[in-house]
Design a protein around this ligand. Structure first.
Ligand SMILES: [Zn+2]
Length: 162
């Protein structure tokens, strides 16, 4: 198993944890020097939160790192990251993001790449399947979330539709 596959597996465990809590099945881990330094999962439903996406949760749980730490990190997330989470990655100079899948929802991958972040999409069907498990029972919750963000989390830069 490659390192990316191993750490994506850990992010999927976080997504499963969220699903078992009744939350959106999206998980993330932050990795530095080949070690997981923090884990997170989507907590919008569990915490009645508007910002605790899996990636934000993982970045928050790592605490206040130094610049030298962030530039050595890779963020693993089961779903393509939205502009908020991509913004945090860019803000803190995290150089690499590994994504489980981007067919359930395309995030702001262009924004990441435009800012020099390396983006790797594994296209892991387990991430998609977890999402289907959630939406088949909770499609109204997911529809409401999508409506809020205008049915897309792609970067709104006007150049991302090509
Ligand atoms: Zn997000």
């Amino acid at each position: 198993m490659t390192d990316d596959a191993y750490f994506m597996n850990e992010a999927i465990l976080e997504a499963e944890k969220s699903l078992s809590e009744g939350g959106l099945p999206i998980g993330a881990v932050l990795v530095k020097d080949n070690e997981i330094i923090s884990r997170g999962h989507n907590r919008l439903i569990q915490n009645d939160s508007v910002i605790l996406h899996a990636e934000m949760d993982a970045i928050e749980n790592a605490g206040r790192l130094d610049y030298e730490d962030y530039v050595e990190c890779t963020l693993y997330t089961t779903l393509s990251p939205c502009p908020m989470c991509s913004g945090a990655v860019i803000l803190y100079n995290i150089p690499r993001v590994v994504i489980g899948e981007n067919t359930t929802l395309m995030g702001a991958e262009n924004l990441l790449e435009c800012n020099g972040v390396e983006v790797v999409v594994l296209d892991d069907s387990r991430c998609r399947d977890l999402f289907l498990k959630f939406t088949c029972n909770n499609c109204e919750i997911w529809d409401k979330e999508l409506k809020k963000v205008g049915n897309t989390t792609e970067a709104k830069d006007g150049n991302s539709s090509d």
